[in-house]
Design a protein around this ligand. Sequence first.
Ligand code: B16
Ligand code: MG
Length: 219
Amino acid sequence: MNTKIRAVIFDLDGVLVFTDRFHYQAWKKIADELKIPFDEQINNRLRGVSRMESLEIILEQYYGTPLSSTCKEALAEKKNGIYRELLTQMSSADVSDAVRDTLTQLKKKNCLLAVGSSSRNTRFILERVQLTDVFDAVADGTMISRSKPDPEVFLKAAELLKIAPGQCLVVEDADAGIEAGKRACMRTAAIGDAAAHGKADYILSSLTELLSILDDKKR
Ligand code: B16
Ligand code: MG
């Protein structure tokens, strides 16, 4: 029988907030400058993947003069500057009612809440949308050396919550994140892009469905 779920670890981009459109716009500018094709399909491959690994994916279709690591770091830095400028548009209005209500209801059920994101901008984003105080723990890209599908960020979140991985449920929009949750020996719930691939334990069409998963006595 499965252990009771006592904590939910949320991915940030694509689950709690939709910063993926800003990632797209910022990477598109960099790709256009390098004359590299970039579309939604390539953007989907960047979900949950670190900034430098994202750049390497984009550069798969770059056939110009080889780029030094200094140059690649400058490109990633430039993308981040564009991205952070776009993030300044965000406010608490960018968190949907479904997200806020679900977090409130989960707290009422004494469920521990954490964020597990590859993003090094996690704290900045949580502040912008006024979600910082909601979470018992935040594990992000500044705390890990291996990004999803490696389980490091979710194991870090469980460690911060002082809870066993088997008592955690990961909510993810990326296949890489579902894989990371599974490797962390946690249960997984997919929403958005990852929901189409059926690799998770639960498929969500809305975050509110988490409430019935936690209520399900048979889980
Ligand atoms: P940053 P998540 C991930 O966040 C994004 O999905 C991914 O597209 C991005 O490259 C990564 O964060 C790093 O973000 O450049 O802000 O450090 O989905 O794990 O919350
Ligand atoms: Mg995501």
